[in-house]
Design a binder for this molecule. Structure first.
Ligand SMILES: NC(=O)c1ccc[n+]([C@@H]2O[C@H](COP(=O)([O-])OP(=O)(O)OC[C@H]3O[C@@H](n4cnc5c(N)ncnc54)[C@H](OP(=O)(O)O)[C@@H]3O)[C@@H](O)[C@H]2O)c1
Length: 370
């Protein structure tokens, strides 16, 4: 199946120019349907910038420089999560930038996520309030349920509660519909503008759609050239849910992080999309880096990207994807690199820390790596 392409000719209904940056002159009107660094995807009233900065594994001490460089470069979307344990550093950095007047709160799109230890109705407000306190914000633009599986709450700082044998303490009573109702209450209270989902499969999303008062505006899932999730993307488009790709560069540091955190790496699929021969060939043609081709492909596919980096030159470099365009043939050849489930990096393959659970009627394979 060729991915639906949302690049040059078909973007008008999906991508619109952001509100704040370019004066509308003849030139910007001429390129209105083209992708720019201010392009957004929309769902209802939400306008989500197509390019954001990922922050998982970003050490707190590197955050201030990374955010400053990103915002100077033009990033307007920051992806974070309670579980990344670096919201406080992000909040401190943002507060400094707001104080200088270099950027205004309303010019940024900030996402954070409900941790697994907060996956019960009564905990949603507690964790969102805590994230807002960490981030020094009155509201976030998007609050996601990070993962549809809950874990036992052993305290706000115990992100991965374990029993004495080292097994993760899964809360098998997780009810995602009840959690969603509590998420809706956060929109009512003004603590978040929009709510959405992450790591949900189609049947779990359908459970939310069938039972929601406030529509989910976004789904964040693993996505890159080897795991293109075409059915899931089509399903989301049909249901007016925007999609954000995580690990779009293949999360090259994943193995190192897992080892560092004491997880077994047995059976982990190591994929290197930046080393794919086709990606290298196309990158050379445009005098670009392989990372540019990976990111540009996904944006043309109609999906938001949030590559993580704390390296100033890579932060700047990654953003340089708006000055070239893939041809139809290149787009189709990259589309054909999809390996389906064989391309999944974050999967459930027998190693310690993996578990298989039935939640709300759907079976999840899940390996905890966060
Ligand atoms: N919802 C979820 O469950 C979930 C799961 C995973 C990730 N996420 C989000 O998605 C974001 C991105 O995913 P990810 O962090 O897994 O992986 P990624 O963005 O695919 O890769 C990030 C890694 O690539 C390196 N890198 C960045 N740009 C590069 C370039 N141009 N050339 C070579 N290496 C480069 C970074 O190192 P340097 O920092 O040294 O540049 C970092 O180690 C996360 O940060 C997080 O915000 C969400």
């Amino acid at each position: 199946m060729i991915a639906p392409r949302l690049g040059r000719h078909a973007v008008a209904s999906v991508f619109r120019l952001g509100s704040c940056q370019f004066p509308v002159n003849q030139q910007s009107l001429r390129y209105m349907s083209k992708l720019t660094s201010r392009s957004v995807v929309t769902s209802g009233r939400m306008k989500m910038p197509v390019f954001g900065l990922g922050t998982w594994q970003s050490p707190p001490e590197d955050i201030d420089t990374a955010l400053k460089v990103a915002i100077q470069t033009g990033y307007r979307h920051i992806d974070t999560a309670y579980s990344y344990q670096n919201e406080t550093a992000i909040g401190a950095s943002l507060a400094k930038m707001f104080d200088t007047g270099k950027i205004k709160r309303e010019d940024l799109f900030i996402v954070t996520k409900l941790p697994m230890i907060g996956n019960r109705a009564e905990d949603v407000e507690v964790f969102l309030r805590k994230s807002l306190e960490n981030l020094k914000l009155d509201y976030v633009d998007l609050y996601l349920i990070h993962i549809p599986i809950g874990m036992v709450n052993r305290g706000l700082n115990v992100i991965f509660p374990k029993d004495e044998q080292g097994n993760l303490l899964i809360d098998h009573s997780t009810n995602i519909v009840e959690v969603w109702k509590a998420m809706e209450a956060q929109v009512d209270a003004g603590r978040t503008k929009n709510i959405g989902l992450s790591n949900f499969n189609q049947s779990q999303i359908k459970r939310i759609l069938d039972n929601c008062r406030i529509h989910p505006t976004n789904l964040q899932v693993e996505m890159h050239i080897y795991l293109q999730q075409k059915d899931l993307v089509s399903f989301c488009k049909q249901n007016d849910i925007t999609v954000c790709a995580y690990s779009s560069l293949g999360s090259p540091a994943l193995l190192t992080v897992m080892k560092h955190r004491g997880f077994s790496t047995e059976g982990v699929r190591v994929l290197r999309p930046m080393e794919d021969p086709l990606i290298i060939e196309i990158a050379k043609r445009y005098n670009k880096q392989p990372s540019h081709i990976l990111l540009r492909y996904l944006i043309e596919y109609g999906v938001v990207v949030i590559p993580k980096s704390t390296n100033p030159s890579r932060i700047k470099q990654n953003f340089e994807v708006f000055d070239f365009e893939l041809t139809k043939e290149e787009f189709e050849r990259i589309s054909a690199l999809d390996r389906g489930e064989e391309g999944r990096i974050f999967g459930g393959r027998g190693n310690k820390g993996n578990f298989r659970v039935r939640i709300e009627g759907s079976l999840c394979n899940f390996r905890l790596v966060l």
